[in-house]
Write a protein that binds this ligand. Sequence first.
Ligand code: IMP
Length: 177
Amino acid sequence: MTAPLKFSKMITETELAKRVKELGAEITEIARKEPVIAVCILKGSFIFFSDLVRHIEADIATEFLGTASYGNSMKSSGEVKLTLDLTNSIEGKTVILIEDIIDTGLTMDFLTKTLAARKPKRLLTCSLLFKPEALKTSFKPDYVGFKIPNDFVIGYGLDYQGFYRNLPYIARVESLQ
Ligand code: IMP
């Protein structure tokens, strides 16, 4: 186990459930008009994705994409690696990338450029959390759950050194003990 962290609740279970339901309703509107492939960006989005897709009241296909994360640091390495690729072609399809958090924007910048080369009809992006102050690219998500300050957060899928993903709420890390 990693060194214990001091953290405080930032977004409660109730707030998360309400906002995820709203995002699901917005994506439902798109998915009722055209076939949609919802892509879970692993690992951090797995909880958000599984809650979100259950609020999409239309037929959607689901896919999974792996990206390398921060490793054991709280700062972005600036390097993005694809660790798991999609299993089906997205050519001519409407794709929604589901991300846990946009910090520097490097991951989504890389992913949208990589996937755009595969000629989808439309490439949309949805992130549960967005830190506008940390952005180092011009990337802007189409759907955002919560804009948050430039703090390191854990829980609801987000980790610190592989731990804390199972916290049912989003917490702000205060300091390392
Ligand atoms: P970006 O490329 O800097 O936008 O960062 C994207 C990835 O970094 C996310 O998918 C997360 O895996 C990780 N990340 C960024 N900020 C945080 C945070 O506050 N807590 C946990 N992981 C984070």
